[in-house]
Design a protein around this ligand. Structure first.
Ligand SMILES: C[S@@+](CC[C@H](N)C(=O)[O-])C[C@H]1O[C@@H](n2cnc3c(N)ncnc32)[C@H](O)[C@@H]1O
Length: 369
């Protein structure tokens, strides 16, 4: 079985591979959990029944490709090569599904495997929000999702002091927490309805670990992202409205307890026959040659700064770009967004913050037989 290192690769401007690098293959820290669920499903199913797998928030499919191939191998070893397998790749309708298909076909990246489709293994894509019904009730054996469900379904308020909830005042923080709890509960409810009896849901979210550690991708942590944008406001490059509109609509501060809540409060989970198998938090420590060098020379500083930007840009570019007024031409919005990341690069060049750690929370749910 292919092993994954958490070494982050070099920056690539394409959304997909940038994302791949930024996440440091976090999904693979849940691979053994997911394959164990597959084994349990194979043990109880007759050889002819299809196994249905759904990847929610698949993006370009690069991250999950090898995991899906390992799942297909496990199924075929346990249930025979003729066992039907149906794989769904889900993401928002705005996702680049053409890129997804090039990744599935193995034509996008040199040396990359293709998805092992065959006369018994099928695939389809779903362009619909994860906060809507995506598949028929009782039809999915294994649903999984990595680094996706921290995205909120809507913006409950604007964060006046920065770009995300860590910059908010108490009232703004409370509104985001309320939205976050509703969204997580809704996601569990929708996926719970879709699960077949005996099926599993495995979700890996950015979150907070037991010690309270949260994502820290740059010196100064997440508040640095809003502070850097504020320098552009102070310099008269963007307007106050644009600064206020550039919000990152996520909750990356959910704890293990927050993830458990749909199972400990209210009757939804019980009604659907869902049981919480486990919730665990852990850290994905990204590695890069320059992370450990404290006294860097100019070349190491430049490489380090590039790596910091590569780790943030894939998931933050749209926040800055979309915050800018639609009255500005596309080119101007692009230039201003690039300028923001130039400032981030310059800041990272001057300020060492060691390596990036991604605190994650893995939640495993099973639907009773
Ligand atoms: C950080 S990427 C994760 C990609 C991949 N799962 C991984 O582990 O690398 C987040 C993905 O979530 C998707 N996403 C955000 N909001 C969504 C929604 N409401 N419904 C479905 N997908 C969503 C984005 O389009 C993006 O592809």
């Amino acid at each position: 079985m292919k092993r994954y290192s958490t070494m982050v690769d070099s920056y690539d401007d394409k959304f997909g591979s940038g994302m791949y690098a930024a996440n440091g293959y976090s999904l693979y820290l849940s691979q053994s959990t997911i394959l164990r669920c597959i084994e349990e499903i194979c043990k109880r199913q007759s050889v002819h029944m299809p196994i249905t797998i759904a990847d929610f928030g698949t993006a370009d499919g690069r991250t999950s490709l090898n995991l899906l191939n390992n799942a297909i191998t496990t199924i075929q070893e346990m249930s025979g090569a003729a066992k039907p397998v149906m794989i769904y790749h889900e993401d928002q309708a705005t996702n680049d599904f053409n890129l997804l298909y090039r990744v599935i076909e193995g034509t996008e990246d040199e040396g990359q495997d293709r998805l092992k489709l065959s006369s018994s293994v099928f695939q389809a894509a779903i362009g619909r929000s994860m906060y809507e019904e995506c598949l028929p009730n009782n039809s999915v054996d294994l649903a999984f999702s990595s680094i996706v469900v921290h995205n909120l379904s809507r913006r409950p308020c604007r964060i006046e002091g920065g770009t995300l909830s860590c910059d908010g005042n108490e009232k703004e923080k409370a509104l985001i927490k309320e939205q976050s709890a509703k969204d997580w509960e809704r996601f569990v409810y929708l996926r719970g309805k879709e699960l077949s009896p005996g099926g599993y849901l495995v979700v890996l979210n950015c979150g907070v670990d037991k010690t309270g550690k949260n994502l820290h991708p740059i010196s100064g942590g997440m508040p640095r992202l809003g502070k850097l944008l504020n320098t552009m406001l102070q310099d008269g490059l963007i307007t106050q409205e644009e600064f206020l509109d550039a919000n990152f609509d996520v909750d990356i501060y959910r704890t293990e307890e927050d993830h458990s809540r749909p199972f400990t409060h209210g009757g939804m989970a019980k009604q659907l026959g869902l049981e919480l198998v486990s919730v665990r938090s852990f850290i994905n420590t990204l590695q890069h040659p320059t992370f450990d060098i404290v006294d860097k020379d100019a070349a190491a500083k430049a490489e380090y700064a590039e790596r910091v930007v590569a780790g943030i840009k894939p998931w933050f570019y749209h926040v800055i770009y979309n915050g800018l007024s639609e009255k500005r031409p596309h080119e101007e919005r692009k230039q201003l967004t690039d300028l923001y990341f130039d400032r981030m690069r310059a800041f990272a060049y001057d300020n060492h913050a060691g390596g990036t750690e991604i605190p994650l929370v893995e939640t495993v749910v099973r639907k009773r037989l």
